[in-house]
Design a protein around this ligand. Structure first.
Ligand code: 13P
Length: 255
């Protein structure tokens, strides 16, 4: 394993939080705190916040992401947003297949794959979320599930496009619960993801793909998590809504 082969990325996922004005204020607060980061710093924000966030982040090392993207280029899909719209608005990253979207909005492995293909085609970097429920873990299906979700998400993604793919391992039982996976569980889960990529694209390519951990990552536990060989940064929910906490996590990934 060689961490040096891949970029560490700390990405906030704001979920359904912050108005445009609040988004700009939080980014302005974060900018000086993360300016010396030795990792990529991304904030994935609600769609309505994107223009304000892009404007606030201008000239800084913070890049802006979206939280979802539709898989068609245009058409009669009321309420949806196409990849080229995000690109034109200044978005560089997009979260795809978050467990909240799988749970509440009918997202499936197939639609996750279609969205991933659309994002990559438009030049966005896709942050694809995979993760097992507590029940699946207790039944012993974690490895099978993570490998299946990873391979399904990457169906028809070419090896040359893997540089636009980040996989975020987010155990569903650790999201928003305050229960973090242990560093060993995070490393193991991320390892399964990397193995799945290796099984399809080869070991050498798999070594270059950024695999994040997400799920109650915070200012206190980030150090231990990102120190693990397979953990190339994090996808942060709650703690990304607090400038100081988020900057501590960025610093942990910069060491
Ligand atoms: P929390 O950090 O709030 O647990 O959320 C994690 C997450 O879902 C990031 O996408």
């Amino acid at each position: 394993m060689n961490k040096a082969k891949r970029a560490a990325v700390i990405a906030g996922n704001w979920k359904m939080n912050k108005t445009p004005a609040e988004a700009a204020a939080l980014i302005n607060e974060m900018k000086p705190l993360v300016k010396d980061a030795d990792c990529k710093v991304v904030l994935c924000v609600p769609a309505i916040d994107i223009p304000a966030a892009v404007e606030a982040a201008k000239g800084s090392n913070i890049e802006i992401g979206a939280e979802n993207v539709h898989f068609k280029e245009s058409g009669a899909y009321t309420g949806e947003i196409a990849a080229n719209m995000l690109v034109e608005a200044g978005v560089k990253y997009v979260v795809i297949g978050h467990s909240e979207r799988r749970q509440y909005f009918g997202e499936t492995d197939q639609t996750v794959n279609l969205r991933t293909l659309a994002a990559v085609k438009a030049g966005l970097t896709a942050i694809v979320c995979v993760g097992e429920t507590l029940e699946q873990r207790e039944l012993g299906y974690t490895e099978t599930l993570l490998k299946f979700q990873t391979k399904m998400a990457l169906t028809n993604v070419s090896a040359s496009d893997l540089d636009k793919i980040i996989i975020a391992y987010e155990p569903v039982w650790a999201i928003g619960t305050g229960v973090t996976a242990t560093a060993e569980q995070a490393d193991e889960g991320n390892g399964y993801v990397r193995e799945a990529i290796a099984e399809v694209y080869g070991k050498e390519v798999a070594e270059t793909v950024t695999v994040q951990y997400g799920g109650s990552m915070n200012a206190k536990n980030a150090d231990e998590l990102v120190a693990k060989v397979n953990v190339d940064g994090g996808l942060i929910g709650g703690a990304s809504l607090k400038a100081e906490d988020f900057s501590v996590i960025v610093k942990a990934a910069s060491k």
